[in-house]
Design a protein around this ligand. Sequence first.
Ligand SMILES: CC(C)(COP(=O)(O)OP(=O)(O)OC[C@H]1O[C@@H](n2cnc3c(N)ncnc32)[C@H](O)[C@@H]1OP(=O)(O)O)[C@@H](O)C(=O)NCCC(=O)NCCS
Length: 150
Amino acid sequence: MNIKYSLIKKEEDIDILQGKESTFANLHYKYNKETIQFLKTHFYRQDSLYLVATDENNAFVALCSLDSDWWEPHHFFLREIFIMPSYQGQGIGKVLFEKCIDHANQFQAKAIVTETAFENIPMQKLCEKMGFTRWDNPQWKEGITYKLFL
Ligand SMILES: CC(C)(COP(=O)(O)OP(=O)(O)OC[C@H]1O[C@@H](n2cnc3c(N)ncnc32)[C@H](O)[C@@H]1OP(=O)(O)O)[C@@H](O)C(=O)NCCC(=O)NCCS
């Protein structure tokens, strides 16, 4: 499998997510104009990381984003991670997590956090595989917050 990982350089490249969807059990993710617009709001922060993965035909495979818009100082938030269903379970999520961890380390961050739904078992397993642990988030109880201390 020949996957290429690149930095997203232009805000409009995030539009690639439009209409992309993924389902796990009762959980259904689908990107629309609003979700994409919100994702763009953190794009211009100097320390943000937006990555795209493509296959050998240059087709879209995955996207993830990490930014420092989190209320605890020196923390990065892994805000978005999406792998196309046909590419899930092949280690791409793990590679993207590793790249986010490298990035946060370069900025001497204390920790990375991420949030996911109670039903999102794949994301929970991925977080735990990467060394994240559940964290009791005083500001968000609607799902699970994970934290990795660096
Ligand atoms: C969650 C997601 C990012 C995982 O990415 P991925 O590329 O499929 O994950 P990987 O192949 O790197 O798998 C890494 C680990 O995650 C876990 N995992 C991945 N898919 C899983 C599944 N369907 N069920 C259970 N565990 C799973 C496993 O522990 C796996 O390690 P293993 O292969 O050694 O067992 C991907 O399923 C996805 O994009 N889902 C839709 C969008 C989404 O839910 N994003 C997160 C929103 S908070």
